[in-house]
Design a protein around this ligand. Structure first.
Ligand code: ADP
Ligand code: MG
Length: 694
């Protein structure tokens, strides 16, 4: 249960005074739906109103706050001209200019003969010194209440700074004092203030330096956020490890058969990863390991060896993929190899229904099936295993921590191996997985040729078609990728259908197949299968082929509207070719004109094939914010922390979290209870539920 002290923060923003449904929607767009989201909406700039010159000293282009006498009003002769209010002090005169003014209102706030304080950007019109639409007009007393330095917030169309600023202040009024969850010595060493004070300070920057990520108030709030992230991950890990593992030591019979049946030798990187996994499994503690390797680095074989080790002990192992296609692909890769070891593989996805599903569940429950491959269908409640010892999760970030957990709840002491093809930089890995053990496949299998990559404008489609024809004449298999327009899957599909019809006309209908996300599973499979077996020469696809598809004979890839894809995504796509011995080519078609960033992206792809370098460049080009902001990536999204600037704080938060969980795994000490509040504050409620006395 969320602590009561936080209730006022987890209510809709519309509960704030002056925030109605319309404003609520705008605020939701920039910050989020709850009051707490406004707290995290930190200023991006400031307006300094401390500059208070005499009129004669005011300079154009500068924000000035001046005390002036209102001399006289000059209503315009017609509505198109501005309403002017002439003012002065002892040094000179200043004209206030209002377009589309309401005279009554102006007379009320600027009565002739009175002294008023006005603040705004000064400009000069001929000889006249002016302020057009002053930001503030008020009496001297009102000025005292006017913030000398005003924070500037990220806005959206229809939402003004004045209105949003007021809503943020109302939200800050709701912020309670919270007991500190920080280690006191650590907080003191950094000169950090209490949570509420830091929050207020972060929203009231005194100068530009206060907007920097390193400013103490911001650093403290960022640390809180990182600590919540790291603590939640550490609790998940602790929870997984709490159930004692068991030693899984194979006799090498099945793995030996498969190694003998492989048409290649393992790479050094595969050997090393396999050794680490074997050692983890043999150890009584539970394995929690990440197998990280670029597309085509050969993770599947390593995973299979681990699964076979479980089978050698009479236990079961599952491999879970994020999509149906990937699950089928894994099945296709693994099935013949497992057959070499004399094992059958059970498949379980959303497509197995009725009797087939019942039979599958029986085989898993009885233990008759030692190995299984599937999708999240393997998580479902009625799925039981006789003795599940290993879960391999090929996740590409699409599974959350909780799905990982629910599978591991299916066995008493399941070892977990997570495979990821995204070469996430180290820092990001820490935020996504916490303190997980990592094996990296940095070396690719031998014989891979770099893919010749070219970028061409879309109006050279004719040349591209001719090049594809030359490729086809030499026996090449071709992927033709159509872009994903996020707003409309229907439009994507229409574009892909149109392209496949066009190519069918050019190359012959029998040679061209189409797969897209709206097709039924069996339909998709049959097209992919025909392409893999060589019956089709050209596969037109939306990005469904992005992950995992393995057709070594495919050597040409065309990507339409490459400028719409992310760098990492293009890299993943390109990884589908260049898998065999033959030369491969990737043609990136773009719609000119390219933005600077899009051009840089395409250039990087032409220059390198190194997934880690591409990931770093991606991070640099997009900024961590945006990379992390891609929610479907499954990587955590930070509101305050900036991973580039706060890398040291992240490391400190990891150590802190590790120590906390070691000493007080159920968060029952005084600090532990305050840490629970922290977890709720950052909406890590699920992690709290893992605590024994949650
Ligand atoms: P990943 O899952 O990491 O993208 P895969 O496991 O699908 O990569 O392997 C890609 C391709 O490389 C497959 O066709 C696989 O058979 C092949 N392969 C894997 N390991 C080796 C190796 N050591 N030598 C040669 N080819 C390999
Ligand atoms: Mg694979």
């Amino acid at each position: 249960m969320r602590p009561e002290v936080l209730y006022p923060l987890f209510v809709p923003v519309t509960s704030l005074p002056g925030v109605g449904p319309r404003l609520g929607r705008l605020i939701e767009r920039v910050a989020g739906p709850h009051v707490v989201d406004l707290l995290w909406h930190l200023p991006t700039g400031l307006i300094d109103r401390r500059h208070a010159p005499k009129v004669a000293a005011a300079e154009p282009g500068v924000i000035a706050t001046m005390t002036v006498r209102v001399d006289h009003h000059q209503p315009p002769p017609n509505r198109r001209l501005p309403y002017k209010v002439h003012c002065s002090d002892e040094t000179g005169s200043l004209t206030l200019v209002f377009f589309h003014a309401q005279p009554d209102y102006l007379q009320r706030i600027l009565p002739e003969g009175e002294t008023r304080v006005v603040s705004g950007t000064v400009d000069r019109f001929g000889d006249e010194l002016q302020i057009t639409h002053p930001d503030h007009v008020g009496t001297r007393e009102e000025l005292d209440r006017l913030q000398a330095v005003e924070p500037v917030y990220g806005l959206t169309a229809g939402l003004s700074l004045k209105v949003l600023g007021r809503a943020v202040r109302a939200a800050l009024d709701k912020a309670p004092e919270l007991d500190s969850w920080l280690d006191p010595a650590f907080a003191e060493r950094h000169g950090w203030r209490a949570w509420r004070d830091a929050l207020l300070e972060a929203h009231a920057p005194a100068d530009e330096a206060a907007l920097e990520p390193a400013a103490p108030a911001r650093a403290r709030l960022a640390y809180d956020e990182l600590l919540a992230n790291q603590l939640a991950l550490a609790l998940v890990r602790h929870h997984m490890r709490r159930t004692a593992g068991r030693a899984i030591r194979g006799d090498g019979l099945l793995t030996g058969r498969v190694l003998g049946a492989l048409p290649f030798a393992l790479t050094g990187a595969q050997e090393a990863a396999w050794g680490e996994i074997e050692a983890d499994m043999a150890c009584p503690a539970r394995m929690l390991r990440l197998l990280q390797g670029d597309v085509g680095s050969g993770k599947t074989v390593v995973a299979l060896l681990a699964m076979l080790t479980a089978a050698e002990c009479g236990a079961q192992a599952v491999l879970m993929a994020p999509t149906e296609i990937l699950a089928r692909q894994h099945l296709a890769t693994i099935e013949p190899l497992a057959a070499a070891a004399g094992l059958e593989i059970q498949v379980l996805t959303g497509r197995e229904k009725g009797k087939t599903r019942t039979a599958a569940l029986d085989r898993l429950r009885s233990g008759e099936a030692a190995l299984a491959v599937g999708t999240h269908a393997l998580f479902q409640e009625d799925v039981a295993f006789r003795h599940l010892a290993l879960a391999v999760i090929d996740e590409q970030h699409r599974f959350g921590v909780h799905q990982r957990l629910s599978l591991t709840d299916k066995g008493r002491a399941v070892d977990v191996l997570v495979m990821t093809a995204t070469p996430i930089p180290r820092t990001l890995m820490l935020t996504a997985y916490g303190d997980m053990d990592v094996s990296r496949l940095l070396e690719k299998p031998p014989g891979r040729r770099p893919v010749a990559t070219r970028a061409l404008p879309l109006n050279r489609l004719g040349e591209v078609v001719a090049a594809v024809r030359r490729g086809l004449d030499k026996g090449a298999k071709v992927y033709w990728v159509c872009p994903l327009v996020a707003e409309s899957e229907a439009l994507d599909v229409a574009a892909a259908e149109e392209r496949s019809a066009h190519l069918a006309e050019v190359f012959g209908a029998a040679r061209v197949g189409l797969v897209h996300g709206r097709m039924k599973g069996a339909e998709k499979d049959s097209v992919m299968k025909r392409f893999a077996e060589g019956a089709l020469d050209v596969l037109v696809a939306t990005t469904v082929i992005e992950v995992g598809v393995d057709v070594p004979a495919a050597t040409v890839m065309v990507v339409e509207h490459a400028e719409r894809f992310g760098l990492a995504q293009l890299h993943q796509l390109r990884g589908r070719i260049g898998r065999g011995e033959a030369d491969s080519a990737c043609l990136l078609l773009y719609a000119p004109p390219l933005t600077e960033t899009a051009r840089a992206r395409l250039n990087i792809l032409r220059e390198t094939d190194d997934g880690f370098r591409i990931a770093e460049e991606d991070l640099r080009l997009r900024g961590a914010g945006e990379l992390l902001g891609t929610r479907q990536s499954g990587l955590p999204v930070f509101r305050i922390a900036d991973l580039a600037a706060h890398a040291e704080l992240l490391a400190a938060a990891r150590d802190d979290a590790r120590l906390i969980v070691e000493r007080d795994p159920d968060l029952t000490s005084a600090r532990g209870r305050h840490l629970r509040t922290l977890l709720y504050l950052f909406e890590r409620d699920a992690a709290v539920r893992l605590l024994r006395s949650g």
